[in-house]
Write a protein of this length. Sequence first.
Length: 325
Amino acid sequence: MRLLYHVLYQLRHQQPLHYADYKLTAVEWLKFQEQLVKHRYIVPKNARHPIIMPVEYLVTETGTAFLQENDQYREEIPHHRSELSAWVRWGGKRYEKSGTDKRYGAMLANGFECNTAEWSSLMHSVLSYCQQSGGTGHLSIAPPAALADIEEVEQALGHMLPASYRNILLTFSARVHFHWCMPNEESGGLLDDGLWDLSKLVEYQLLREDGCMEEEGPAADIWNNSLLFTRNGAGGYLGIDVGLRPGEVLFLSYDIETLGQRLGFSFESFMDQWIRAGCYGHTESQYESLASNGCSYVDSHSERARTIRLELLGGSLSSGEERDT
């Protein structure tokens, strides 16, 4: 029931479908399509039967009636694609979403506010402690970007930047380079390209478009629907989802197991939580260690983040200590 609902829902909204998202084989997927046509849920506009169902398939009156009769499933649809296969096989009355989906839904409804005025002092405090302890590091915060500079980049990219990222560029900084490394080799921030840099956006997108990333399948959907905004120097990138779950920050790599790991509801919320955790780490496993309560988002209240903060900032989250994020 849920599989049928989701396929019809995606087709109705002209969204991409791929059998791997449901953990079906290519043969199972083709047979499923044939059944949908046979029972008049959909009609094809062409005679082809590709593995990837084209948006040219039309949902019939029968399919529309099914969607209306089972509209209770709409609120259950997972935001995270990795949950789809479990959800479509769920036979119970109500599906319980993961922690990430719950956090995403709550923040989507309620929004998120962050205090960027504290970011600079928090990063300076981390760097100062690191250097006093015999470590190394660097911090440079450029002035806010001019609107004309942002529009020039947007013209080159062919689309506007995500609102949350655009806001930080205009109100806080066009470029932040921050990294630190303690004598025990604990480190944070990003050494090569910094936390973000407006001037590098076009370069990152050219890398993606030149075929350095996946070309087809579910992995391609993630790469092609992401605006890359920095890289970790070890083959990984941070990006902003511009298609599947717009605005979310995610980790991108060539490892299919970690590709698309969701790190934050928005650019602002991710940076706020990461900076309050000392910008610890740069790999997917280190980001994962900063998550909590079944949600993959970086959380400055997580156990690992509190440990890092005790070491670097004396345990302080500044004015955000009690804020529920």
